[in-house]
Design a protein around this ligand. Structure first.
Ligand code: UD1
Length: 344
């Protein structure tokens, strides 16, 4: 075993894919999740892929007593990957305190426990949302942080600052902040994927639910942006590629491949794709049509943002390699699997 890793939010979308990659790399995984946006069956999916059932603790990371108990009962946790967070932009505007409590108290609790239990490093799930509407694309890590447009976005910015301040104070820990662009797709086995609650707010789950007939039509939010086809541009990154970057980040910290105590990496493909181009890629890859119509802009949307992933490529030694067609096929196969299982 290479070491023991605590994955908070490990039954969630990106968390579950990362658990599988950690296991494949030889790490022992302990998951903590309150199942607020996932379910226990995800553990079966993980086990089917890797042959290993991770230790699972059903608890909330804002509960310091529960977290302390976890550290006591699972001695020797070397690193943490912190996915446990609320992530719906719109909901965060309605319920800001829920977002500040969940996302910030979780992080503070984890940071407080790390030195007490000799845990060396923490990988933090951040987002390209910290760049707001960037002045130039592609965006590298030196781009200015813009004022957050939602409480959700603000929790990501504040979390980055909390980690930075703690390390500056001399805390004996290391951290890597990973700024994700738009994670999409599912594991190629279709054993795990994204399980949206209710009506999906994000593009791909809404698209695949429309393709399978659960939704009548996909609304494309705006075709009057300053982009070649008028729809917004994003950097859609395959979730398995993204998961693999976490393993690289963890190795870098735990094996002291860098002297830096705090580092930040953009995780994207480096290619911007418009919403209309993405629909087209899905239709080409799967042969399934997606009924869609153009509607007005969605408030708060960024016009265009895509990553400059050079630092992750050259320093972290990681690169997104999955084609958008394969990614779209994986998203579709996952949607088909959900239907097979009678879930959706
Ligand atoms: C947002 C957040 C991001 C967060 C992510 C996951 C911002 C700026 N971005 O990304 O930080 O991690 O959600 O919750 O806060 N679209 C449609 N029709 C739909 C749904 C989406 O046209 O039904 C379009 C959107 O207008 C957007 C693109 O698809 O241009 C991607 O939208 P979405 O998947 O919601 O992600 P972001 O808004 O980019």
């Amino acid at each position: 075993m290479k070491g023991k890793i605590l994955v908070t939010g490990g039954t969630g979308y990106i968390g579950s894919h990362t658990v599988v990659e950690l296991q494949a790399a030889g790490y022992e995984v302990v998951i903590i999740d309150n199942l607020s946006n996932s379910n226990k069956e995800v553990l079966d999916g993980i086990e089917k892929i890797s042959g290993i059932r991770p230790v699972f603790v059903e608890a909330d990371c804002t509960d310091m007593a529960a977290l302390t108990k976890l550290f006591d009962e699972n001695p020797g946790i070397n690193g943490i990957i912190n996915f446990a967070a609320s992530k719906a932009v719109g909901e965060s505007v309605q319920k800001p305190l829920l977002y500040y409590r969940n996302n910030l108290v979780t992080l503070v609790n984890l940071l407080e426990l790390m030195p007490k239990y000799g845990t060396k490093g923490i990988v933090f799930s951040s987002s390209c949302t910290v760049y707001g509407e960037p002045d130039v694309n592609p965006v590298d890590e030196t781009a200015p942080i813009k004022k957050a447009t939602s409480p959700y976005g603000n929790t990501k910015q504040i979390s980055e600052e909390i980690i930075s301040d703690y390390i500056t104070s001399g805390a004996p820990i290391k951290s890597i902040l990973l700024r994700y662009f738009n994670p999409v797709g599912a594991h190629p086995s279709a054993e795990i994927g994204e399980l949206p609650n209710g009506v999906p707010q994000n593009l791909i789950p809404f698209l695949t639910q429309t393709a399978i007939g659960i939704r009548k039509e996909l609304s494309v939010f705006g075709n009057d942006y300053n982009t070649p086809d008028g729809s917004c541009i994003r950097d859609f990154i395959n979730v398995v590629d993204l998961a693999k970057a976490h393993v690289k980040a963890l190795e870098r910290m735990l094996e002291d491949k860098s002297d830096e105590k705090l580092e930040v990496f953009n995780l994207g493909t480096g290619v911007g794709l418009s919403v209309l181009e993405l629909i087209n890629a899905f239709e080409t890859a799967t042969g399934v049509k997606v009924p869609h119509k153009i509607v007005g802009r969605r408030e708060g949307d960024i016009e265009k943002v895509w990553a400059n992933p050079d630092r992750a490529n050259n320093v972290l030694g990681w690169k997104a390699t999955t084609s958008i067609e394969d990614t779209m096929r994986s998203a579709w196969n996952w949607q088909l699997r959900l239907r097979e299982r009678g879930i959706m």
